[in-house]
Design a protein around this ligand. Structure first.
Ligand code: ZN
Length: 540
């Protein structure tokens, strides 16, 4: 009996993505799916001998903001060159659906907060977004979440405070529709307008909708303690009580300690996951391997300055007396915790040339050059640029980050976007270009904090299981052939804060759905990525 040869076979040291020690073997691939894993020689049209390298499942980046960037450029260069094959999008309350065409301008301004140029938002739901992605093609897979800010704008505009029963019902229906169309869950961004307006009861309502479809809730820290229990753990306690009260699976987004008064307390934070409050709950968190964050500058303004959207903020700040009140309040610190400003630690990543500021300058330096007070510069930049001005904040410690990364509850993410290398002078946070490679190089080989199989697990099998991406995340028969081949001795991120747009070294091959997208530092013209559908049943 003649057997049809497979499309591809790969032999070498296989990390299965489930945290097991690596084993030598041969992987067989047909029609984009792994059909065999073993030691038998197999007939295939193409064979890759990966001796000397590590073979792993393509990385799943569970916290990204590529919703719009992949519409602008489907190559996804910054991620695919690291071996990322699936992006979980829609985080921190920002997603590209549902879009209420009547509120399109608000949607567009809001989405600028993730660092992209506007894109014509000509659809209303996930199916429309999926079509828009497929129009130009995409090199990597997308597992979309619904952003709660987008959902709120679609359902009730930028109204402050609690939703009316009608608003809530509308949001529930829009969320249900997105879940029916395959969204993997919902994210909040509880420091961002309008997600920050959500009272606890609104989140309970929406988490029940998520639970009824067995989808995930990802929670971005609030900057104050809504339950009034504990300043340090307040926002984590809020997320965990949502899990406790509704049974929803909860992923806490990008664990971090930004307040210098709390630096060094990562272990206290992690320990809460083992407390009686969190017992028997499906709760986890993600972290990215850097000691700096990045965000739209608007986020750091007092809440009342941001209220009502960019136009309202502009009008307000054009009034000199309001401007000076805002500057006064801003000078007291940021977030409800009044974290003190160190203006040399706030660096302009995307200033759009406003007031002549240069990307890479700190607010301290830029303000000095302009002869302005730092607070006045910040307000003037947001007045002129709305949500488009992005900054990098050096407000974290490496030590805390490493404790978060090593926790059994964590996954490793980027919190970045799939960007092209050409950034036209912008200096986005290097996490978009190096997070996965940095996890493998820095957190495993250089620091010795974790064995390689554990870092890989936190970026593949664990991520797939928790987010319900049932057909990927491990090298097993029946899984999609998303595969990365890298050199464990050399893999290293090259992206820095002053020169972020650098691919890492050490990634040899990347396959997405069985198709070759990266070969020795060159990207093919293939666009095999899919917008994944969460309705795929879990394996028995
Ligand atoms: Zn984020």
């Amino acid at each position: 009996m003649s057997v049809e040869p497979l499309d591809l076979s790969i032999s070498g040291l296989i990390y299965d993505g489930l945290g097991n020690l690596p084993k030598f073997g041969i992987i067989g691939i047909l029609n984009g799916v792994i059909v065999s894993v073993g030691n038998e020689e197999i007939a295939s049209r193409e064979h890759i001998d990966a001796t000397g390298f590590a073979i792993a499942p393509g990385f799943i980046d569970v916290h990204t903001h590529s919703d719009i960037s992949l519409l602008h450029d489907g190559r996804g260069e910054s991620k695919v060159f690291q071996g990322v094959t699936t992006e979980v999008t829609g985080n921190c309350s920002f997603s590209a659906f549902p879009i209420n065409q009547a509120n399109k301008q608000l949607h567009s301004e809001f989405l600028e907060g993730i660092g992209d140029d506007p894109f014509p938002l000509e659809w209303s739901d996930l199916n429309g977004y999926r079509e828009a992605i497929y129009k130009n093609g995409v090199s990597i897979n997308i597992a979309p979440l619904v952003g709660h800010g987008t959902l709120r704008i679609a359902g009730m505009g930028l109204k402050e405070g609690a939703p009316s029963p009608g608003d809530l019902e509308r949001m529930g229906q829009l969320l249900s529709l997105a879940l029916e169309q395959g969204a993997f869950g919902m994210s909040t961004g509880l420091t961002y307008v309008p997600s920050r307006y959500a009272p606890f009861e609104e989140l309970i309502y929406l988490c029940k909708v998520l639970k009824s479809s067995d989808r995930i809730y990802t929670s971005h820290a609030r900057d104050y303690d809504i339950l009034g229990e504990d300043e340090f753990l307040g926002s984590l306690k809020e997320a965990i009580s949502l899990a406790r009260q509704t049974g929803v699976r909860v992923q806490f987004s990008h664990a971090a300690i930004n307040d210098p008064n709390q630096w060094g307390r990562a272990q206290d934070w992690v320990d809460y996951f083992d407390s009686p409050d969190a017992k028997n709950l499906d709760v986890a968190f993600d972290v990215y391997p850097y000691d700096a964050s990045s965000s739209a500058l608007t986020q750091y303004l007092p809440g009342w300055v941001q209220a009502g959207g960019v136009d309202a903020m502009r009008t307000r700040l054009s009034e000199p007396s309001i401007f000076s009140t805002a500057a006064q309040e801003l000078s007291l610190g940021w977030s409800a915790h009044k974290i003190p400003w160190f203006w040399d630690r706030v660096v302009i990543a995307r200033g759009n040339g406003l007031l002549g500021v240069e990307n890479g300058d700190s607010i301290e330096i830029a303000a000095k050059k302009l002869g302005m007070a730092p607070e006045a510069l910040v307000l003037e930049l947001t007045r002129l640029g709305g949500n488009s001005v992005m900054v990098v904040l050096f407000y974290r410690t490496d030590k805390d980050m490493r404790i978060f990364a090593q926790s059994k509850y964590s996954m490793i993410c980027s919190d970045g976007s799939a960007f092209p290398f050409e950034q036209k002078g912008k200096l986005p946070h290097p996490r978009s270009f190096g997070a996965s490679a940095r996890a493998l190089g820095y957190l495993s080989r250089e620091t010795g904090d974790m064995p390689l199989e554990l870092v890989i697990y936190k970026m593949s099998g664990k991520a797939a299981a928790f987010f319900g991406i049932h057909d990927r995340g491990s090298i097993e028969v029946g899984k999609a052939a998303d595969i990365v081949i890298f050199n464990p001795e050399t893999i290293k991120d090259q992206a820095t804060f002053t020169n972020p747009t650098q691919p890492p070294v050490g990634v040899e091959y990347v396959f997405v759905n069985g198709q070759l997208v990266i070969r020795k530092g060159t990207q093919s013209d293939k666009r095999p990525g899919k917008v994944l559908n969460a309705n795929l049943p879990a394996p028995k």
